[in-house]
Design a protein around this ligand. Sequence first.
Ligand code: SF4
Length: 325
Amino acid sequence: MSRDVASIEGLSVAFGRPPTQVLALRSVSLTLRAGQITGIVGESGSGKSTLALALIGLLPQAARVTEGAIRIGNQNIAGLPEARLRAIRGARVSMVFQDPMTALSPSRTIGGHLLDAQHRDRASGRSALRTRAIEVLRKVGVPDPAAQLDRYPHQLSGGMRQRVAIAMALLGRPELLIADEITTALDVTLEAQILHLLRELRSEIDGAILFISHNLGAIAEICDQVAVFYAGELVEEGPVRDIFHSPLHPYTRALRDCDPARIEGAARHLPSIPGETPVVRAPPTGCIFAPRCSLATELCRTKVPVWAAIAEGRGVRCHLAVSKT
Ligand code: SF4
């Protein structure tokens, strides 16, 4: 078993205060291991992005961790002051966003961005930093990398900008790389290239990759482990093959069964399930998925299902699934 890079232990995050608060994450536990790509899947409002922001210490001011721990290595970063989080960001945890312009300033050259991303190594000298920037650009598939250093973000295509954003994230040699919907704005060809790149990086970086997407096909294609989120809860986790071939939770099954062809095909975005993800303001009194679950019983409506670990890296939160295992 490979080393644990990050572990989220019983994490709950709330936005605002009662009675209008939103319980964005509730008692989430998840371990991210070196050499693995873990996929996070779920509809809008499932808590995917809140989890990513918590992991990199970028939760908005209105959010607070109400319980639990976020360990990067042995260090619990939940509740650390901003100055200490800044030392972790980029160096131990890096994030790439859907829109690469989130990380790129239109008025700075690509070289300027890549030198800034290595500010902790500035004692090595400008020439060494420039050489490393070229190396990393080459690694992420940017052609003629030396020539790109003098260009501005608007002079690059969307796919190239995303590669530059990935290069910036890699320059700090992070243990954990978070990719949040990074292929969503790209066309199918560019998406395939970026997925291929992530797969290559898995074996090259000495760390873990967290791949957040509502694209089931992309998850199935590159992830080793998958965590399924619904309305702020982790409802199922397992190896990618188990999640797609023998899902245990009715929500996972519904995602997969809505349109199986899309999972294999090119336009493989998350299909829609009848009903809506609820906004949770108070701890639920039954299964949070019950209003949308065709298998719901009285027990489901009156008792919250607890997380049941079935095997190493395999678990589910569902009364029915547990009774069958
Ligand atoms: Fe459906 Fe009941 Fe399982 Fe919830 S606990 S997912 S309502 S079967």
